[in-house]
Write a protein that binds this ligand. Sequence first.
Ligand code: TMP
Ligand code: ASP
Length: 254
Amino acid sequence: MNRRRRIYEGKAKILYEGPEPGTLVQHFKDDATAFNNQKHDVIDGKGVLNNRISEFIFSQLNTMGIPTHFIRRLNMREQLIRQVEIVPIEVVVRNIAAGSLCKRLGAEEGTRLNRSIVEFYYKNDELGDPLVSEEHITSFGWASPQELDDMMTMAIRINDFLTGLFLGVGITLVDFKIEFGRQIEGDMMRIILADEISPDSCRLWDTNTSEKLDKDRFRQNLGGMVEAYQEVARRLGIFIDNERPGHSGPVLVK
Ligand code: TMP
Ligand code: ASP
């Protein structure tokens, strides 16, 4: 079926050659991995949900002037994106202590941070994506000081936007991870938001019950992952039609 050229395959997505130069097709798989691929499963329907949720968020970010790789959604699992050279840094923004922050610093999960924290991780599976400082990034040349500045400014704006968006639908944005790329057009180069923003890359808690509505359901073997992602989509007002035969719409996870 796929006669397109595969450019790259990651844990949760595949990139194919796009229809025009400078474009790619980003395909969302149902695969879920955690702890650097030590835990792996196929979660029926996850790719469709992440495609729709990420489309919704990237479209709004484009509208508010944050440049992103997103052009348009093509079908249930695929979107057309601009081709970029990925900056090998994962930018994490945290509002509430959870995950590796708790493990590393002994903070209690759920503690609101006095100010949002921006962290950088070097994208390298062999090294397990280590936490790095701005000095590491500029010294090793993974990004220039100007690029780092652009990424930080955008990360903070995205945090403000996402916090408000989710707050309005009864969801607390605990933290999230984003990635950026270099878009090259003629002799111009700029940093734009790439990859995805979805419940795979965010921590989202129900504001009233603190129920987890994100990939921690998979990481922590809580079950109900697709139902949780559907709930996020439903609250954002995203209509997901009958892509899961035998499953009749959103179910509130316990
Ligand atoms: P962490 O607490 O495990 O460092 O994760 C911080 C945020 O980044 C959380 O929202 C989950 C997200 N994340 C990814 O999207 N991919 C990853 O590989 C990791 C480790 C975290
Ligand atoms: N996506 C990462 C992995 O496979 C980890 C995570 O999201 O927890 O391993």
